[in-house]
Design a protein around this ligand. Structure first.
Ligand code: N01
Length: 532
């Protein structure tokens, strides 16, 4: 018997999305090849080994739900899981489900082209692989294309420099070192306090002050873990149907309707509980500028209360964007770190970085000596990892060309002109606005269901209908437009990458509503898709 393709499916990436996709496709009897750039599984958690790296979704929620034995047997040790623990979990899953035998590690997919005459994807890697597959599934992550700004003189620096998302596996010793940290997003805000515990001096280069909420991390309470496990079926179901894939639903009420006493009590309670919950205190925080400002002012007052030097406190205080419209940060001791005598804050809006010199960072105000530079400068989010691959669809259409003015995908899962190509947690889906584990499982289950249906019905090709795609993209933009999100220069908007189109990329309609829509489309025989 001749095979039309080397594999039924190629999956790009062996993070949580790629691993589960492999498991599900195997379950359907498909032959699958996974390509992974790293030499291990875990994706984001494989690369992000910087000090302090920790998830801001609670452990009991940031885990797979597809296998009850797995969720019952795995023991999380802390309220919020640290990077090493998440990586151990990913390794455990890979072993438990015998995933590694179908993953080709240390291999980057460089190119994939749809061959219309054979209805296969022809996939090429940097290791010289040339394979074909009926289905191509990207599981490349949303925040995996690390970005270091093109500061002049970057190559001249004499010491080591590390991007937080490409951290050395052997770790980094900061003891006695003068460390420059550029960037104060989630990664910088987590890393800075830990680096400051060891380093002789830390100079933090901040462009935009960020809102950060305390994690109040603590050891897992066994009683709580037992309770969650006993109720997992119900809890997971509620998470799947929630707005953001979390266990604790936000309140619907209005900040403006609440009196000052009630509002402050609610904010204080959520601040004391820790984590991102403050943003869920009321339903209008990311919708109404006035409601948002009251919430932002609560956090600003906290910053003023923690940071002893009023001038430093003011420099750390965010005023240029509504709270929540850039990804909210969660920290352990971030603001208090600026009370330490060996930690300096440089506001690079007032005192811009001019160049990297062999012995440090030069701003307009002078040189800041450093033995080491940490780039916590973020990612070319969502589209970056996809466009890094030279993807070509029908008639030689390149994805880079198609998405030149911004990403376009029907339901955020397929892009017209690229048949049999599925994207897990890509643009146009809730992805980064949700608990990623929930969104990953939803996409993987939907794709597996779709593939099973195509095979059962003898359908060779599925493609998005451009009309349905246009309508979905318009809907994604319309829903974003009801919120304050488009007002911020965020990576959600592509604003952190010079020249990137300014489009709100994820879908903010909510995890539950999105799932319902996807399930309805499947139940109705895939309207909006072209099957042949
Ligand atoms: O990246 P970021 P990140 N000169 O893009 C600054 C997730 N995550 O790696 O804001 C000077 O947020 C930039 O400044 P500005 C989470 O979704 C989650 O920190 O663009 N500075 C900003 O301060 C998060 O949002 C967790 O003005 C420059 C910083 O670098 C996402 O990953 C932990 C600059 C980049 O911040 C990305 O977070 C970590 C320049 N030329 C990450 N260019 C948790 O779960 C950029 N910057 C807790």
């Amino acid at each position: 018997m001749t095979r039309a393709a080397d594999h039924d499916a190629v999956v790009i990436g062996a993070g949580f999305a790629g691993m589960y996709m492999l498991h599900r496709l195997r379950g359907l009897g498909l032959s699958v090849r996974v390509f992974e750039t790293g030499d291990g599984v875990g994706g984001t958690w494989y690369w992000n080994r910087y000090p302090g790296a920790r998830c801001d979704v609670e452990s009991m929620e940031y885990s797979y739900s597809f296998d009850d034995d797995l969720q019952q047997e795995w023991e999380w040790t802390e309220r919020y899981p640290s990077q090493p623990e998440i990586l151990r979990y990913a390794d455990h899953v890979a072993d438990r489900f015998d995933l590694r035998r179908d993953i080709r590690f240390e291999t980057r997919v460089t190119r994939a082209a749809y061959d219309e005459s054979a209805n296969v994807w022809r996939v090429e890697t940097d290791r010289g692989d040339r394979v074909s597959a009926t289905y191509l599934i990207t599981a490349v992550g949303c925040l995996s294309a690390a970005r270091v700004p093109a500061f002049p003189g970057r190559g001249t620096f004499l010491g080591p420099s590390h991007h937080t998302g490409r951290w050395p596996h052997e770790g980094v010793d900061f003891i006695g070192k003068r460390v420059a940290v550029i960037g104060t997003g989630s990664s910088g805000i987590q890393a800075i306090p830990v680096i400051a515990e060891q380093a002789a001096h830390v100079t933090v280069f901040q462009r935009t002050p960020n809102y950060s909420l305390p994690a109040h991390n603590r050891p897992m309470e066994p009683e709580y873990a037992r309770w969650v496990k006993a109720n997992y079926a119900r809890i997971r179901d509620a998470m799947r149907n929630s707005a953001n894939g979390l266990m604790t639903a936000g309140n619907d009420g209005s900040v403006l309707a609440a009196g000052e006493v009630e509002r402050l009590a609610e904010f204080e309670a959520r601040w004391a509980r820790g984590g991102v919950g403050l943003l869920g205190a009321y339903g209008d925080i990311v919708v109404s500028p006035e409601a948002n400002e009251l919430t932002a002012e609560f956090v600003r007052a906290k910053i003023r209360g923690i940071v002893e030097n009023p001038e430093v406190a003011e420099r750390l205080t965010p005023r240029d964007h509504p709270i929540g419209t850039k990804r909210i940060c969660v920290d352990t001791g971030y603001y208090a770190t600026f009370n330490l005598p060996h930690v300096t804050l440089v506001d690079v809006r007032r005192d811009p970085i001019q160049e990297i010199v062999p012995t440090g960072v030069r701003t307009a105000g002078g040189e800041h000596p450093a033995d080491m530079i940490v780039y916590a400068t973020g990612y070319d989010a969502l589209t970056g990892p996809l466009l890094a691959i030279d993807l070509t669809g029908k008639g030689g259409l390149s994805l880079r060309h198609k998405w030149a003015a911004g990403p376009r995908a029907y339901l955020g899962v397929m892009t017209a002109g690229f048949p049999n190509l599925f994207t897990i947690t890509g643009p146009g889906s809730p992805s980064v606005l949700s608990n990623m584990m929930v969104s990953i499982e939803q996409h993987v289950d939907w794709i597996a269901g779709c593939v099973a249906r195509l095979r059962a019905d003898g359908i060779a090709v599925i493609d998005a209908d451009p009309v349905a795609e246009d309508a979905w993209v318009a809907h994604v933009n319309e829903v974003a437009g009801y919120t304050l999100y488009p007002r911020a220069d965020s990576w959600y908007m592509g604003a952190n990458i010079p020249g990137k189109p300014r489009v709100f990329m994820p879908y903010i309609g909510g995890v539950g509503a999105y799932r319902e829509k996807c399930d309805q489309v499947a139940a109705d025989g895939y309207p909006g898709f072209v099957l042949s």
